[in-house]
Design a protein around this ligand. Structure first.
Ligand code: HEM
Length: 460
């Protein structure tokens, strides 16, 4: 029989209460780790009148995200997020999703970040901001600002950081709407019960802000001359969709997908590096030997930086930006493993049944990654050790819905890491700052996973 998460009160209210308390204490994953260790890779949880199935089994993940992809959809994610991000790729299924995917794939392929020059000015503003800071610096807010700039430059044709005041209101609205949307998703089918007026106002604020760019882009359509391709992302979408509201919604979807994810990756990368000085030393030497005095990073440089790739892989393993996710069965279907007396039989998933999957715990499974699974060791990516890890490593998920911004994110993060280490070779953990085993630090969990204490460093 499939293992069951222990529940004491009706509707699993005791578990929900403990989870909410652990979230408020910024320790949800640490709190749940012992339960997960005991239950194994797949288990059920009865909560709020529904039985949810949770899996961290690579075989099931492959089935759900790839081979039986068509059987699963986004379910209540759609309704919970609709007021915030509208009708876009992130909440769609089936034909509508396929159409959005095809539309969004094209501007990604032809965009100017391909030669990494598009990141240049934003990386330099990040470096300038850090250079003018002194004492203990928290890198995390800088990274959120940086990725807001790069993602809005990609989609709006203009970085919102150029628009100081509007940017602040927009960032506030966006953060608030994203926080409440996460709570709504946690309520699953009861998402509608939480719809405060401030949430509605923040969602309208985000949309109005995005509307301005769509309008500008459409006004500039068919103009020629310098900068005429500035709004290419919006104009390409409009050519296909012919509806400014739908274009706007897709932009907000990409912004949600692209901003916090990469900011979290950067923040955890430095959080780990300053606590693991031998990894930082090795990365610094690699950067020096490949870049010399060069300041402008190219794809050729990045391809040669194998240790940088291991560091980013290892960071995303321990702290996947999207640590929890779920799918809802669109028809009665099955997953290959997790049922029967020994957990090796297939599992039936009825139409409407939810399947949660937890990249966070999957990436820390000792049977997949070894006894040091909780330790930061970029070298594990070096040899054949993880050559067959396959669906045991899913920071960008996989299959038809693989993250569309994977390359953008990894290039953006590489540019920032290299320039920061070049400019601040002495970057280090401030004295007396705690070093605790990974996973034991405070974590903030929205849809994304960030460090609750930020990423404090000394730069000089
Ligand atoms: C480290 C950075 C990033 C990580 C770890 C990441 C991770 C993910 C994951 C796990 C998904 C699948 C979500 C799901 O199916 O439920 C996803 C989807 C997506 N990501 Fe990313 N992402 C990152 C950065 C970006 C960036 C920078 C962009 C765009 C600028 C982006 C755009 C998208 C889009 C459009 C989707 C939806 C794809 C679809 O449904 O077909 N992501 N991402």
């Amino acid at each position: 029989m499939t293992a069951q998460f222990p529940v004491k009160w009706p509707l699993g209210i005791d578990v929900l209460r403990s989870q909410l308390a652990a979230i408020a204490d910024d320790r949800l994953f640490a709190y749940q780790q012992p339960f997960i260790d005991k239950l194994g890779p797949s288990f059920t949880l009865d909560m709020l009148g529904a039985t949810g199935y949770t899996t961290m089994d690579p075989m099931n993940l492959e089935a759900m995200l790839s081979t039986r992809f068509e059987d699963f959809g986004m379910g209540f994610r759609r309704q919970a997020l609709l007021p915030f991000i509208g009708e876009g790729i992130f909440v769609q299924d089936s034909t509508a999703w396929k159409h959005s995917r095809e539309l969004l794939r094209r501007p990604f392929l032809k965009n100017h970040y391909q030669d990494l020059k598009g990141f240049g000015e934003h990386v330099e503003s990040l470096i300038a901001g850090l250079s003018s800071s002194s004492g203990v610096v928290d890198l995390q807010p800088f990274f959120f600002r940086f990725t807001l700039a790069t993602t809005t430059a990609l989609i709006f044709g203009q970085s919102v950081n150029d628009l100081e005041e509007a940017q602040q209101t927009f960032a506030k609205d966006f953060n608030y709407a994203s926080m409440i949307s996460t709570l709504r998703m946690r309520l699953q089918d009861f998402y509608w019960a939480y719809n405060p007026s401030r949430y509605r106002a923040a969602c309208s604020g985000v949309k109005e802000f995005a509307n301005v760019f769509v309008k500008q882009a459409l006004q500039e359509k068919n103009r020629t001359g310098p900068n005429s391709d500035r709004y290419a992302f919006i104009q390409d979408l409009y050519d296909e969709m012919q509806d400014p509201v739908l274009v706007r919604d897709q932009l907000v979807n990409v912004l949600l997908a692209g901003r916090d994810t990469t900011a979290c990756l950067l923040s955890w990368t430095f959080f780990l590096l300053v606590r693991h000085t031998s990894a930082l030393d090795r990365l610094r030497s690699e950067i020096r030997s490949i870049m010399g005095d060069e300041r402008e990073l190219t794809r050729t440089h990045v391809q040669k930086m194998s240790y940088l790739k291991y560091v980013l892989n290892e960071t995303l393993r321990l702290y996947p930006s999207v640590p929890i996710n779920f799918r809802i069965a669109q028809k009665t279907t099955w997953l290959p493993r997790g049922g029967g007396s020994d957990g090796n039989a297939p599992v039936l998933v009825r139409r409407g049944g939810g399947v949660g999957f937890l990249a966070y715990y999957l990436h820390r499974r000792k049977d997949l990654y070894g006894d040091d699974a909780h330790e930061f060791r970029p070298e594990r990516w070096e040899g054949p050790e993880l050559a067959n890890i396959g669906w045991g490593y899913i920071p960008f998920h996989g299959g038809p819905r693989l993250c569309l911004g994977k390359d953008f994110a990894l290039m953006e993060a590489s540019c920032a890491v290299v320039r920061i280490i070049q400019t601040f070779p002495n970057i280090r953990l401030p004295p007396d700052y705690p070093v605790v085993p990974t996973g034991q630090e405070k974590q903030t969990l929205t849809v994304f996973l960030s460090s609750a204490d930020g990423c404090k460093v000394l730069l000089d």
